[in-house]
Design a protein around this ligand. Structure first.
Ligand code: FAD
Length: 493
């Protein structure tokens, strides 16, 4: 058996009924489910990284909210669990969709009857190939980030999504300049009110961590470290990615975050170029730094390095050439309500795909861990249904968007159209906030609850989930809905 795990010498021709590409959450979930449903068939999981992600301790918090741990494990774990699941360590470089064959980097041809593409996405790094600009995606890039941070006095973070939010809160001992293009922090998840609630957390010392964190730790065993070149294809990190790495800079400060609102990066200058430019003469008080960032609001900051956390681009490229995939605007492989791409027998799930069906009025795609699992699972069920010529309906999990996470040490639950996405002016907001404790926001449209943001230990998630799902007319309750003296759970029981 050669190092790819395939018997025989190359060019090997391998035939499988089912092939899944990608060892992240979506790919592993899909492959496991197929192996479970078709115990007599061989399922192949092709992946570029040495470790695979597996879901453990799945906990159903409510009807649609789920929480789970993720473990990075050697692929042998999967093969022990499902003898009919073969993991092949090799990146896919090409697909001939007509012939139903994939070509791997190490020269193998893998034939399939049905294929599911789960290759995830990579960071959209605004400035490419600059050693002072980093993106964070997988264990390796997180380690590179940690290395740079340990020597740094100042870093600049661009982007306003989940990764940036976590980063600016977690980093200590290093001044952080946070450049965002919006008027408020975290606008992928929050409105300005919630941002206002969270901002004070950046100004006080962080609480000591009292509870051990039960989530996954991301370590890469040296023995299984990817070979050079393969590193950029690792799986995306997920919740608590920073738990096991020290996020400390070179200074003795706790938080020191300065937010620059409504701006983007205009240009990045190396030290040498900057010192020789007229900009340096105009800003001679900036000091000498390894790199300088010029922002669109006219300000210039010198810093040790820049983190680009401005979203992701789906890894669809290796599959495109010579095929007719319909791509979404974000370059994701567009899938229908049965996770089928526009090429026959090719499905896609997780970060690499873009939901192309008419979504429920309460759901939207967001490239998050939970959706990667749900899509991987559902894609496998669709593949199975099509193989067996059975009908299948869109899974219930796509009825209501729900996400549970932690930001700035607060529990955060997001439900439905939590930011009134797509509702235009046709909505009203009810807000209840108690400083440092909780922030509750409800989005109502024509008397119906369409979404909610719950920050802190509000204990409202189940009741609100029900109210959103049953679309009950709440007009007569008005602001009473958020009256803290009313036990809302009893009210609607
Ligand atoms: P991935 O996990 O990216 O897996 C893709 C797999 O495909 C990998 O195994 C890779 O090796 C393989 N691959 C890629 N190209 C090829 C190829 N050509 N050939 C073969 N194999 C290939 N989500 C949350 O819900 N909560 C969070 O708190 C959260 N935090 C995050 C923090 C960070 C720093 C990052 C980067 C992401 C975070 N996310 C979070 C997002 C979440 O991690 C992703 O949505 C999720 O991991 C996507 O899973 P996936 O299986 O689609 O892709």
């Amino acid at each position: 058996v050669d190092k790819s795990g395939m018997a025989g010498s190359s060019p090997a021709e391998k035939h499988f009924r089912f092939v899944v590409v990608g060892g992240g959450i979506s790919g592993v979930t899909c492959a496991e489910q197929l192996a479970f449903q078709f115990p007599k068939e061989e399922v192949a999981l092709l992946t570029a990284a040495p470790l695979v992600k597996t879901v453990t301790n799945l906990r159903q918090v409510s009807k649609t909210l789920e929480d789970f741990d993720v473990e990075e494990q050697p692929s042998t774990i999967l093969q022990e669990k499902y003898p009919n699941l073969k993991v092949i360590h090799s990146a896919v470089k090409d697909l001939d969709a007509k012939q139903h064959v994939l070509q791997t980097e190490d020269g193998h041809n893998v034939h399939y009857h049905k294929l599911c593409v789960c290759t995830g996405a990579r960071p959209k790094v605004v400035i490419k190939e600059n050693p002072h600009v980093l993106g964070i995606r997988d264990t390796d890039s997180a380690q590179e980030f940690q290395k740079q941070l340990s020597k740094a006095k100042r870093m600049l973070v661009i982007g306003n999504g989940g990764i940036a939010l976590e980063l600016v809160y977690e980093v200590e001992g290093c001044e952080v300049i946070w450049a965002i293009k919006d008027k408020a922090i975290g606008n992928t998840f929050f409105d300005a009110g919630a941002a206002q609630f969270l901002i004070p957390s950046l100004e006080v010392e962080k609480p000591e961590k009292t509870l051990p964190c039960k989530r996954a730790r991301y370590t890469t065993d040296k023995a299984t470290k990817p070979e050079a070149g393969a590193a950029e294809l690792g799986s995306a990190l997920g919740p608590d990615w920073h738990q096991d790495i020290s996020l400390r800079g070179a200074e003795e400060v706790s938080h020191n975050v300065h937010v620059e609102y409504e701006c983007e990066i205009e240009a990045v200058h190396s030290q040498q170029d900057f010192i020789q430019s007229p900009l340096y003469t105009q800003n001679s008080d900036l000091g000498v730094w390894p790199v300088y960032a010029q922002l669109t609001n006219g300000k210039v900051y010198g810093c040790d390095f820049i983190v680009s956390a401005t979203g992701v681009i789906p890894n669809s490229e290796p599959f495109l050439q010579g095929n007719n995939f319909e791509l979404a605007e974000d370059r994701g492989l567009r899938v229908d309500d049965q996770m089928r791409t526009s090429e026959p027998d090719v499905y896609a799930a997780g970060d690499v795909c873009s939901a192309g069906w008419e979504p429920s009025p309460l759901w939207q795609q967001m490239r998050l861990w939970t959706q990667a699992r749900q899509m991987g699972f559902y894609a496998a069920r669709c593949i199975a249904a099509h193989e067996l010529e059975e009908a299948i309906e869109l899974d219930f999990c796509f009825e209501l968007f729900s996400h549970i996470t932690k930001f700035f040490n607060y529990k955060v639950v997001l439900l439905g159209k939590f930011n009134a996405q797509g509702l235009g002016v046709d909505h009203e907001l009810l807000v209840r906030c108690s400083k440092g404790m909780e922030y509750v926001k409800v989005v109502l449209s024509r008397g119906r609850m369409m979404g909610a943001v719950l920050i802190g230990e509000t204990d409202l998630e189940e009741t609100f989930e029900n109210l959103i799902l049953n679309q009950m007319d709440l007009s007569s309750y008005g602001e009473e809905l958020l009256n803290p003296d009313i036990d809302i759970e009893d009210y609607f029981d």
